[in-house]
Design a protein around this ligand. Structure first.
Ligand SMILES: *[C@@H]1O[C@H](CO)[C@@H](O)[C@H](O)[C@H]1NC(C)=O
Ligand SMILES: *[C@@H]1O[C@H](CO)[C@@H](O)[C@H](O)[C@H]1NC(C)=O
Ligand SMILES: *[C@@H]1O[C@H](CO)[C@@H](O)[C@H](O)[C@H]1NC(C)=O
Ligand SMILES: *[C@@H]1O[C@H](CO)[C@@H](O)[C@H](O)[C@H]1NC(C)=O
Ligand SMILES: *[C@@H]1O[C@H](CO)[C@@H](O)[C@H](O)[C@H]1NC(C)=O
Length: 399
């Protein structure tokens, strides 16, 4: 079981994991604060860039094992064809002795077509809820078809599970991330799509924003990840969300989320049902799997259910990871005042444009954006949530 986790991660980090420390089997993990991103589960410190690659792989492995389920290894084959008449990319995946087909549509910029490309693109998990940026195509993934997300009865339903079996450990979000990887495979090998595979982002809102973050975390060919109003299970940390609920705020938490839907692996239930303090990670580290690539998180302060204070803590903690890697401004966030859920406010447009320009048009723009309209004071270090100091930088090699 664990070996297939490792196989999945060799591809993501390009790293020979034999060199990484073995992950200890710590059933007694029980920590109230957000785990230190720069300390291995064994307690060893991250000092070098090689250490960090191993730590990132460790966190990716733990997130798969305890929360999201396994990302399957690359499939036997992916073939695709693009039709310029209906702008549809038809993708056929063969693996596990079976074959599935799904067909994302591509919405080209106004006045554009595949012939006038190549364009950068945003893969929309269930479409996008940000305005389609000028000069950018949108690739629409019908994620519900890959893995359903109606309620508990959706467990194991969808094309992904036709291929991997209804007892695959992946929750719906990991299945969508797998589909995003197959879209990247298809773009890579299909001429004439009008899409530049080196400039592809992923986005989605609310539940699909949680999914966008997971896809960005587990697909390294994505250059910009834009989770929008993703709340708990997305940019929030499980620990701070539990604390908000305990303080009387009606915030979504792990114990609620595993009852509501099938976004996570059933392996997550044992933590959600007891204490999230037993998780050897939290979502500041899911965010950190994206580092040092681009990430811009969009939040809405108006809904307690989304736990924006929990998201703020996660985002501030996660930004220290980019900072240590010397790429602090590759990661940004904006928390705006209340507006209707998933209706993007014009007040965040310039901030979003800065990230689009930098990562999808390679323009040198100022993306030093860490803005909240809230009154939050979370900082690193702080005694309650982040009693750790990130290394100022990482050294290239041990002496
Ligand atoms: C976790 O630690 C707390 C004290 O910080 C303790 O009260 C609790 O029983 C522990 N839980 C488990 C599952 O060990
Ligand atoms: C798009 O067009 C191609 C070829 O013209 C066709 O095979 C395919 O079924 C069409 N797809 C959709 C979703 O209409
Ligand atoms: C978690 O709690 C739910 C509801 O009480 C229950 O259905 C499920 O079996 C529990 N799972 C685990 C692993 O404890
Ligand atoms: C937030 O905005 C929505 C849409 O305008 C409104 O329905 C809701 O009542 C607002 N919430 C708060 C806390 O003001
Ligand atoms: C922040 O605090 C100020 C002053 O206490 C208050 O007027 C304002 O409503 C608060 N803003 C938010 C988003 O809670």
């Amino acid at each position: 079981m664990l070996s297939s986790v490792v196989v999945a991660f060799v591809g993501l980090s390009g790293l020979v994991l034999a060199k990484c420390p073995t992950i200890p089997n710590l059933n007694s993990y029980n920590v109230t604060s957000l785990p230190n991103p720069f300390t291995f589960l064994s307690g060893a410190h991250v000092v070098t860039t090689e250490d960090w690659a191993c730590r990132q792989a460790e966190v990716g492995t733990l997130l798969q094992r305890d929360e999201l389920g396994l990302m399957p290894a690359d499939p036997q084959s992916v073939t695709a064809s693009f039709s310029a008449s209906n702008n549809t990319l038809t993708i056929t995946v063969v693996d596990q002795g079976t074959s599935i087909t799904f067909a994302p549509t591509i919405t080209f910029p106004t006045g554009g077509s595949s012939a006038s490309g190549p364009y950068p693109a945003i893969i929309g998990i269930g479409g996008i809820s940000i305005p389609q940026p000028s000069g950018v195509a949108v690739i629409n993934l019908n994620n519900d078809e890959i893995a359903e997300q109606n309620d508990q009865t959706s467990r194991g339903q969808g094309l992904f599970f036709e291929m991997f079996g209804a007892d695959a450990t992946a929750g719906a979000m990991m299945a969508w991330a797998w589909a995003v990887r197959r879209i990247m495979d298809a773009l890579d090998k299909t001429p004439g799509t009008g899409i530049d595979i080196t400039r592809v982002a992923v986005s989605g809102c609310s539940r699909n924003g949680k999914g966008a973050l997971v896809a960005g975390a587990f697909e390294p060919r994505i250059v910009l990840t834009i989770p929008q109003e993703s709340g708990s299970g997305g940019t929030d940390t499980w620990r701070i969300s539990d604390w908000l609920l305990a303080g009387g705020l009606d915030t979504q938490t792990a114990s609620e989320i595993v009852q509501e839907n099938v976004w996570f692996s059933t392996a997550f239930d044992q933590f959600a049902n007891t204490s999230v303090n037993r998780l050897p990670f939290d979502h500041h580290q899911l965010l950190g799997l994206v580092a040092p690539r681009g990430l811009f998180a969009i939040d809405n302060l108006g809904y307690d259910w989304l736990g924006p204070e929990s998201s703020y803590g996660a985002l501030v903690a996660a930004r220290t990871i980019w900072k240590t890697l010397g790429e602090e401004t590759n990661m940004g966030f904006s928390q705006s005042a209340n507006h209707t859920h998933c209706v993007f406010p014009s007040t965040q447009q310039a901030e979003l444009d800065a990230f689009i320009d930098k990562f999808l048009f390679n323009k040198p723009t100022n993306t030093d954006i860490a803005n909240t309209a809230g009154n939050y004071t979370f900082a690193v270090p702080n005694a309650m949530w982040a009693p750790w100091i990130p290394p100022r930088s990482l050294v290239k090699k041990r002496d």
